[in-house]
Write a protein that binds this ligand. Sequence first.
Ligand SMILES: [Zn+2]
Length: 100
Amino acid sequence: MTLLKLFAPPLDSPATIPFPNQDLPAIPLPLPHRRGSAMSVLQRSRTIFENRICPDCRQASVSTIELADGLRDAWSFTIPGTASLVGFHCKHCGSEWAAR
Ligand SMILES: [Zn+2]
């Protein structure tokens, strides 16, 4: 059984299809939850710079660990740099540490 259905309107009827439930109000996008101690851009940049090298293996293959509370754009994608920075992850040795 397939879920794909083809729609073929009869040729003698109008080609427009009315949208159902046009009276419903637009659904507002939920605002992201912001923590009270959000980092400033400068503090965030300094924290990333200070943690750019893994303390265990001394490699510079470090990525950030962020919460899912970043601001969203019109397409619901997270705006880079707006999520709460909570830690770092080394891609080389796999160690993780908290953002200080
Ligand atoms: Zn490492």
